[in-house]
Design a protein around this ligand. Sequence first.
Ligand SMILES: [Zn+2]
Length: 82
Amino acid sequence: MSAPPICPRCDQDQIQRYRFKDDGVVFSLCTECDSFWWPQTATDVANALFLDDVVAARLGEVENPWTNRIWADVIEPASGTG
Ligand SMILES: [Zn+2]
C-alpha cells in the first residue's frame, strides 16, 4: 500500500526491491546512488552498503565487478512477484 521509501543516502530515488539472478536472494537497492540493503537491516544510512561492494564480494573479485558484466546479468527487479 505504501510507496517505496526514498533513499536516505541520496534523497533522489525510491528504494526498490531487487534480487540476484543466480540464487534469487532479495535485497533493496537505490539505483540512483547504488546503495544496497539486505532485507534484515533497516534501510538507513548506517546500514547502507554499495551494490558494487556486495557484488564484488559475491563474485570473489576485489574492485570493479562491472568490467565484464552489466547489472542485468546479475540482478533483476523483484517487484511484482509476490
Ligand atoms: Zn540513493
